[in-house]
Design a protein. Structure first.
Length: 187
């Protein structure tokens, strides 16, 4: 999706305190911190058991096209199959879609689309409309977003957007840094 104009409607640099509209899903105190952004320890588990998923109300998809962006930085190279971090879209309290940087068979990819992602950090951009999503990404040191994949979303409902990580190793301490979370209206 190419747009002529972007209007920033929300931004959080995670530089002191969390915005009051953020809520934790299965908060695990001591396994997240505000330090040069929001850092979350990658714990074992999958979507239904994820720890420290940070959620907020999503924009009303029936009212236009929106972009949700965040930079994801791996402090440690992932080692656990399917270890991942990124954006998850929730509807009625259930995860329905994710855009993540994920380790699969020893290599890092942007999922969906399975696009190779060898850099330590990446800017994720999820563009949503009333009935669709487009997963975009921009590796560190690049200026342009690339499209990883596109698909359909169920009709708007009680939508939330989350930043989260999961499938972490049992016996290693891996942290993900999330920076510069933004929601933009695309015109």
């Amino acid at each position: 999706m190419t747009t002529a104009h972007e209007e920033l409607v929300f931004a959080d640099a995670f530089d002191g305190a969390l915005d009051p509209e953020w809520t934790w899903l299965r908060e695990h105190p001591g396994f997240w911190r505000l330090q040069d952004g929001l850092e979350i320890r990658v714990e074992p588990g999958v979507a239904p058991t994820v720890q420290n998923a940070l959620l907020r109300p999503a924009p009303d998809r029936s009212a236009g096209t929106w972009a949700i962006e965040v930079t994801v930085y791996n402090h440690t190279h992932p080692i656990q199959q399917y270890e991942q971090a990124g954006i998850t879209w929730y509807q009625n309290g259930e995860p329905v879609f994710k855009q993540v940087k994920e380790l699969i068979d020893g290599d890092l990819y942007i999922i969906p689309g399975r696009k190779p992602m060898p850099t330590q950090s990446v800017r994720l951009r999820l563009v949503v409309t009333a009935d669709s999503w487009e997963a975009q990404y921009r590796p560190e040191d690049e200026d342009q977003f690339h499209t990883a994949d596109r698909g359909e979303l169920p009709p708007p409902g009680d939508d939330q957007v989350s930043i989260q990580c999961y499938n972490g190793p049992e016996n290693a301490e891996h942290w993900i840094r999330f920076q510069d979370f933004q929601i933009k209206r695309l015109c």
